[in-house]
Design a protein around this ligand. Structure first.
Ligand SMILES: [Zn+2]
Length: 446
């Protein structure tokens, strides 16, 4: 089946609201950004799973059995699925060829998996593994050239090896989803992460859907979306649940520390309370996994809401202020990648208040662009006799504030008042001529 990505709107940074069109006739879409919920036996044991995720738009499945279970297919007819595989490439190929009818339907996307049976010990080994994967994938993509695919991109911490994948992606237009499986495993490598992201943005078709999996916790969702990620695989939460960690978005807490469950989901309000004191209960882990995925799902909905209603860049700063890697990543983005980002990020926003959070907010792309344009385009009138420098005010526009009305009541008494140029000094934006006080972002920051 053929899928394609449709952009709906752009938001701050590379973030975008869009949809994957599965079938235009049947109006089947997967909205993005979105999380991908793992469909696994341990989760499905719990009756709440099907109920909680009834309206979830996309699942990931690892076992071909789920391709065939009638009631699942029936219940999730309008839902998207990504099928991938934990085993060897050979068995993935077999499953692909024996289920070709299933994959030809319009809601299951096979994603070519990259699994290495051994640990990669050095760069040379990584190169060999990647080259081999590329060869195999190229063969699959050509053999099934009327099917669309996801493609795993594994880098083993050697970010420069991303270049090897470029010809494969460019030469096979049935690659629709890039699944970055280990790029975000270590956020302290943010400089290299950004190099890969910008390579994708500069060199590849912008209609490729960007998916991430690997060690990803919900706290990272806002920055991932800011980097242009469309789909986030939530499977890592299953691993964290087995490690008995409870996700509150702000923190990952060991479950034994929790006396009161701070979440109103059906699991926390239901059975999980009674299992808290049990040490090694598999039921507890299943319940915990379900809570963790529900909280990721809820958080994603919140983010999607804020992308529309709030200043999204401000939300990213607010949600990440305690994570130095994310803060540093934003700084590097603002300072080194501004010339790319200024074409991506909307330069004005309507009806949104920008809450500045100190120096980190000063160089956000819309602020930088405003300052650059101001310097290039604003020239004081020739007849200016006096420049009056005024402080900014909390109320916007400045002229409606009490302080500015008082200044005005004094300055207007001078005969030469029409020849004065008023400049307002602001911490986030710099020096603002009075004439520009009504335009974004001068009118909208706090
Ligand atoms: Zn809960």
């Amino acid at each position: 089946m053929n899928y394609f990505f449709e952009l709906i709107t752009k938001s701050a940074g590379f973030s975008r609201v869009g949809r994957i069109v599965c079938s235009k006739e049947a109006k089947r879409f997967i909205s993005t950004p979105n999380i991908i919920v793992p469909m696994k036996k341990s989760l499905m044991n719990n009756l709440n799973f099907l109920e909680e995720f009834e309206d979830q738009e996309i699942f990931i499945i690892l076992k071909d059995i789920y391709l065939k279970i009638g009631f699942i297919r029936e219940k999730f007819k309008a839902t998207g699925f990504i099928y991938t595989h934990n085993g060897l490439m050979e068995s993935f190929k077999k499953i692909l060829s024996s289920n070709i009818e299933v994959f030809s339907e319009d809601n299951i996307i096979p994603s070519i998996p990259f699994n290495t049976p051994t640990t990669v010990i050095n760069k040379e080994f990584a190169e060999l593994e990647i080259d081999n994967f590329i060869k195999e994938s190229d063969q699959i993509l050509k053999q099934y050239n009327n099917l669309d695919f996801g493609l795993s991109i594994k880098l083993f911490d050697y970010y420069e090896l991303f270049d090897r994948y470029l010809p494969l992606i460019k030469n096979n237009n049935n690659v629709r989803i890039l699944n970055l499986v280990d790029l975000f495993d270590n956020f302290s490598n943010f400089r290299n992460i950004l190099k890969v992201i910008f390579k994708i943005k500069r060199e590849l078709d912008s209609n490729l859907v960007l998916m991430v999996s690997g060690r990803i916790i919900p706290k990272f969702y806002p920055i991932l979306i800011y980097l242009g990620v469309d789909l986030i695989d939530a499977s890592y939460l299953l691993y964290l649940s087995a490690e008995k960690l409870y996700d509150t978005i702000e923190y990952l807490l060991p479950i034994f520390k929790i006396k009161y469950l701070p979440c109103p989901c059906t699991i926390c309000k239901g059975k999980l309370r009674f299992h808290l004191s049990e040490k090694n209960s598999s039921e507890k882990i299943e319940q915990l996994a379900l809570h963790n995925i529900i909280s990721a799902y809820t958080y994603m909905h919140k983010i999607k809401l804020y992308m529309r209603t709030e200043d999204f860049r401000g939300f990213i700063e607010k949600s990440s202020h305690d994570n130095m890697n994310i803060i540093s990543m934003l700084r590097v983005l603002d300072n080194q990648y501004f010339n790319d980002l200024k074409f991506e990020t909307p330069l004005t926003q309507i009806n949104k208040v920008i809450n500045c959070r100190g120096a980190l907010s000063y160089n956000r792309p819309d602020f930088q662009e405003f300052r650059e344009r101001l310097i290039k385009r604003f020239t004081p009138e020739l007849w200016t006799k006096l420049i009056i420098i005024l402080p900014c005010s909390a109320k916007k526009p400045y002229s409606e504030s009490r302080s500015h009305q008082k200044f005005h009541s004094v300055t207007r008494n001078y005969r030469d008042f029409p020849d004065f140029q008023e400049i307002i000094l602001t911490s986030p934006l710099g020096a603002i001529p009075r004439q520009l006080e009504n335009i974004y972002p001068v009118s909208s920051y706090d």
